[in-house]
Design a protein around this ligand. Structure first.
Ligand code: MTE
Length: 466
């Protein structure tokens, strides 16, 4: 709402009674609620916050924290509060009070919202990532959802067609499983940041995991509603997690991806054979194989077939790539398409940077993962420990999915010869996918201000012990 005027708290304080008008603030929003005061369901309690911030009251009276209330509030918005005047609510129940417990092995890049990745070396112990070690990327507090009253709404814009499905009803539909890696658009951002600073959470290379997801195919649900493929349309996916202006986390995918039998898009309620955990979208999330993590919307509330993409911040103003010469003064988010299929990538997970690695019969061993978006198979992973003078082809562990449906990651292992007498080597990894696309050599020429699509060769320097 940058189009609205900015007020100081002293301006708000002038409007603290029905006679002088009733202004309140919530977060950094300023609202004139004079007309609403007589209708407030809680009576004149509302005047406790008149001319001031309602944040501490709303943390206490949590019934305000609903989509309807926040949407209603937004209709009274008159401006923005100078951020210096924002009121803290540290001593009160915060919206983060209901966060789930996490395994301590997940290293948080941020606590609220919770964003964390596992140590890289445990990531490649198993082809299917255990849920406890699966990275978590939340933008907002984890919503509290009761599965008994949970309902998923499905709408087709411009038609009367709507469908409301309870979890039980979803579970009665044909069940389908797909093993797919999900990778955050910001995975390996810290490598790009090291070249030149970018804005965003400092992810290492473990913002990726590979799981078996089960649920109902979105195409089956849409077809049951009579939806036909239309290459100009989109499917908007909205979560139950709301920002302070009542806008849900939302994203969209092209309708053709949802309708494609080979697209394998799911309304998933299970991860690795068990109900989804709260962090991973309980009770229902979208799984969009081959597509950037941000479109795999968790805590699904609403699915809308639409002529337009989602207008959410995350679809329009984030998760897009730019030229290395674009900076925050020149960036125009409307000029770049939203990321969908991710490019080919790989990472060395063992050994770790700085590790002392034992040389056995002139060889060292390295392991890692490789993955490519859009269902492309990894056809080769090349490794060098001498700056590219010699490349060695890794052994691959991968699924036997059909061409174009390689949604799982590939794990790789290699024994690399090292020169006698060498004390230190830098291992480089690059993967090649079934389109013969290969990772860029360095970050310099693919750098972008948000640090997304960070897929240059992965490099790990280690010392050698004999
Ligand atoms: N869905 C909702 N509703 N809210 C979110 O914050 N984060 C997205 C996506 N779906 C997000 C969401 C992003 S950016 C990623 S990378 C994936 O969820 C992460 O999924 P995970 O936490 O299960 O690993």
């Amino acid at each position: 709402r940058s189009d609205l005027p900015t007020y100081r708290m002293t301006d708000v304080q002038q409007h603290n009674s029905p006679e002088k008008g009733v202004w309140i603030t919530y977060g950094i929003g300023v609202y004139d609620i004079t007309k609403f005061v007589p209708q407030h369901p809680g009576g004149d309690k509302i005047l406790l916050g008149a001319g001031s911030s309602v944040d501490p009251f709303w943390r206490t009276y949590q019934q305000h924290n609903t989509k309807q209330v926040l949407e209603l509030l937004e209709t009274f918005r008159i401006g923005n509060l100078n951020p210096e005047d924002e009121v803290g609510t540290k001593d009160l129940d915060s919206p983060w009070a209901n966060e789930p417990k996490r395994h301590p092995v997940l290293k948080p890049a941020a606590e609220t919202p919770f964003n964390a990745e596992p140590p890289l070396d445990i990531l490649v112990q198993k082809f299917i990532t255990p849920v406890e070690f699966f990275y978590v990327r939340n933008h907002l507090p984890v919503p509290v959802i009761d599965e008994k009253s949970y309902e998923l709404e499905i709408e087709v814009e411009g038609s009367e067609k709507t469908l409301t499905l309870s979890l039980d009803e979803l579970k009665k539909m044909p069940k389908y499983s797909v093993t797919a890696a999900i990778q955050c658009g910001g995975n390996r951002r810290s490598d790009m940041h090291a070249v030149k600073p970018v804005k965003g959470l400092s992810w290492g290379a473990a913002a990726i995991g590979n799981a078996t997801w089960s649920g109902v195919r979105l195409r089956d649900v849409l077809k049951s509603m009579g939806v036909e493929n239309d290459e100009n349309k989109h499917v908007i996916l909205e979560g139950h997690d709301l920002d302070p202006t009542a806008a849900p986390y939302a994203a969209s995918i092209p309708l053709y991806k949802a309708m494609d039998e080979r697209g394998d898009v799911l309304l998933a309620y299970e991860m690795n054979g068990k109900p989804l955990t709260r962090d991973h979208g309980y009770p229902v999330r979208a799984i969009v194989p081959g597509v950037v993590g941000s479109r795999n919307v968790k805590w699904l509330a609403r699915v809308v077939v639409s002529d337009k993409e989602s207008d959410s911040h995350w679809q329009q103003k984030d998760y897009k790539g730019f030229s290395p010469s674009t900076d925050w003064d020149t960036v125009d988010f409307s000029k770049s398409p939203a990321i969908q299929n991710l490019p080919v990538t790989s990472a060395i997970c063992q050994p770790q940077p700085g590790e002392k690695v034992k040389v056995v019969d002139g060889f060292i061993t390295a392991r890692g993962y490789a993955w490519s978006g859009g269902g492309n198979k990894i056809v080769r992973v090349d490794i060098t420990a001498d700056g590219g003078k010699s490349w060695h082809v890794a052994e691959l562990e991968q699924s036997d999915a059909h061409p174009g449906r390689h949604y799982s990651w590939t794990l790789w292992t290699i024994k690399i010869p090292v020169e006698e007498g060498k004390q230190e080597v830098e291992i480089w990894a690059k993967a090649v996918d079934s389109n013969y696309n290969c990772q860029p050599e360095t970050f310099e020429n693919t750098w972008n201000l948000r640090g997304v699509l960070s897929n240059a060769y992965h490099r790990v320097k280690v010392s050698l012990v004999r």
